[in-house]
Design a protein. Structure first.
Length: 394
C-alpha cells in the first residue's frame, strides 16, 4: 500500500499544480474561432499588468514614516481579506490525545478557531523545562487536500491511509523528514493546523480539487473570502500557540513551503506576535508570475487570492510589512513555478525596505539549485536561522 502511494507522489509537484484545473474525465474540446482567454489568462494580460502601479507600496505611498505606512497598508490588506470570521468567545482548548516521542511529546489539541469552527492541531513539546521558543508551521497546497497539518508533523492515532499518505508526502517534498518533528528535537514547540478545505476541514463528499474554486466562489457570494479566512485562522492559531503554557510568547516564529511559505510571510506581515519567519519556495513579482513571455500564470487560484489587493501592492510590498523583523526566503533555480528573474526582483524590493530601516542584516534571501521543495538541507538552514533569532544564538 505504502509503495503504491509513494509511486503516486513520485512525480513533481509542478505536475500536481498543472492538474489542478482538469476535470475528472476528459471530454472532447469544443473550440470557437473567436476567443478572449488563452493559457488561463486574458489575451490582454500585458495591458492589465501595465495598469498595476501599486500606489500603496511604501515607496509609492507618499507616507515617509514606516509605522504610519504599515498601519495604512495592513488596513488595506484586511479590507481585501473581506469580512473576518466572527471570533470565538474563547479558545476552549483541550488535549484529546498524546504520545511520547524521542525527546518531545506529540499532542492533539482541539480548540475554537472562530465562532463557526472547532478544529484540531498537532503540537510538539520538547522534553525539559520551558518555556520554549515556538514555530507555527503552515502546510503547503500541492493540489493535495486529503492531508494538511499532517504534512508538517507526523500524525498519530489516525488511519493507515492518512499515515501512509503523510509519510509519502514528507518523503517527496520534505526530504523524508517532517519539519515539525525535526524542529521539536532541537528545542522548539511546534504547532500545525489545517487550513480550510484541507485535512479534517475538507468536504463531506471527499477530496476533489476541482471543487475548491467553486467553494471559494460560494464563500464570496456570502461576502467572505476563503483565502482571507485562511489568513485570519493563521493569525488566531498563532494566538492559541502563544497562550500555551510551554511557549515563550515573545519568541514565536512561523515557517512553510510553497503555499505554506505564502502563508508564512503573510502571517509575519500581519501579526506582531511573529518575531521571525521562514518562507521556502514562494516569492515572485506579479509581472513575471502572470507572464506570456515566461509562459507562466498563477497556479494556486483562490488559495492565495485576496480580491483587489493587487491594485494596491504586489507580493514583495506586502511581505515588506514584516520588516524589520528577521525573515528567511529561499527559492530554487529548478522551481518552474517561480521564474528566478521575478524572484530576484521581489528580493530587491524587500531588501530596499529592510535597508531603509537599517535592518538589512535581518533579511536573508537565498537562491538554491533545487526544485519546488523543502529538503533536509533547507530545514537545517531554517533551524540555524531560528536558533539565531529565537534562541538568540550567535
Amino acid at each position: 500500500m505504502r509503495k503504491t502511494i509513494q509511486r503516486t507522489f513520485s512525480f513533481a509537484l509542478i505536475a500536481l499544480f498543472a492538474l489542478q484545473g482538469m476535470a475528472q474525465e476528459k471530454k472532447p474540446i469544443q473550440k470557437r474561432d473567436k476567443f478572449e482567454f488563452s493559457f488561463e489568462l486574458p489575451v490582454y494580460v500585458e495591458q492589465l499588468k501595465e495598469e498595476l502601479t501599486y500606489p500603496l507600496a511604501w515607496e509609492h505611498s507618499g507616507i515617509a514614516d514606516f509605522d504610519a505606512w504599515k498601519k495604512v497598508a495592513r488596513d488595506k490588506v484586511r479590507k481585501c481579506m473581506m469580512t473576518p470570521p466572527k471570533p470565538a468567545e474563547n479558545f476552549d482548548m483541550e488535549v484529546v490525545e498524546e504520545e511520547q516521542r524521542d525527546g518531545y511529546r506529540a499532542l492533539k489539541l482541539r480548540f475554537n478557531v472562530n465562532a463557526y469552527a472547532r478544529i484540531m492541531a498537532y503540537v510538539l513539546v520538547p522534553d525539559g523545562e520551558g518555556p520554549f521558543p515556538a514555530v507555527n508551521l503552515l502546510h503547503d497546497h500541492g493540489a493535495h487536500l486529503f492531508i494538511g497539518k499532517e504534512k508538517m508533523i507526523r500524525p498519530f492515532g489516525v488511519s493507515q491511509e492518512v499515515l501512509d499518505d503523510a509519510d509519502a508526502w514528507a518523503e517527496n517534498l520534505y526530504g523524508g523528514q517532517y519539519v515539525g518533528d525535526f524542529l521539536a528535537k532541537h528545542g522548539y514547540v511546534c504547532f500545525s493546523a489545517d487550513a480550510p478545505l484541507w485535512g479534517e476541514r475538507g468536504r463531506e463528499e471527499g477530496v476533489d480539487r476541482s471543487k475548491y474554486d467553486i467553494i471559494a466562489g460560494n464563500m464570496m457570494m456570502l461576502g467572505r473570502d476563503l483565502c482571507g479566512f485562511m489568513h485570519y485562522d493563521d493569525i488566531t492559531s498563532t494566538e492559541v500557540l502563544a497562550s500555551l503554557p510551554w511557549v515563550d510568547a515573545d519568541r514565536i516564529g512561523c515557517m512553510g513551503c510553497s503555499m505554506g511559505a505564502y502563508r508564512a510571510w503573510m502571517l509575519a506581515a500581519m501579526s506582531d506576535r511573529i518575531k521571525a519567519g521562514a518562507a521556502i519556495c514562494w516569492m515572485v513579482t506579479t509581472d513575471v508570475q502572470m507572464s506570456t513571455a515566461d509562459n507562466k500564470r498563477e497556479y494556486g487560484g483562490f488559495a492565495n487570492c485576496l480580491p483587489g489587493l493587487r491594485q494596491y501592492m504586489d507580493y514583495p510590498h506586502i511581505a515588506s510589512l514584516a520588516a524589520p523583523k528577521p525573515m528567511l526566503f529561499v527559492n530554487g533555480t529548478k522551481d518552474h513555478l517561480f521564474p528566478i528573474r521575478g524572484v530576484n526582483k521581489a528580493f530587491e524590493i524587500m531588501h530596499d525596505t529592510w535597508t531603509k530601516l537599517g535592518a538589512d542584516k535581518n533579511l536573508s534571501t537565498q537562491i538554491w539549485e533545487i526544485p519546488h521543495s523543502c529538503g533536509k538541507e533547507i530545514q537545517d538552514e531554517s533551524l540555524n536561522f531560528f536558533d539565531k533569532h529565537l534562541k538568540k544564538k550567535h
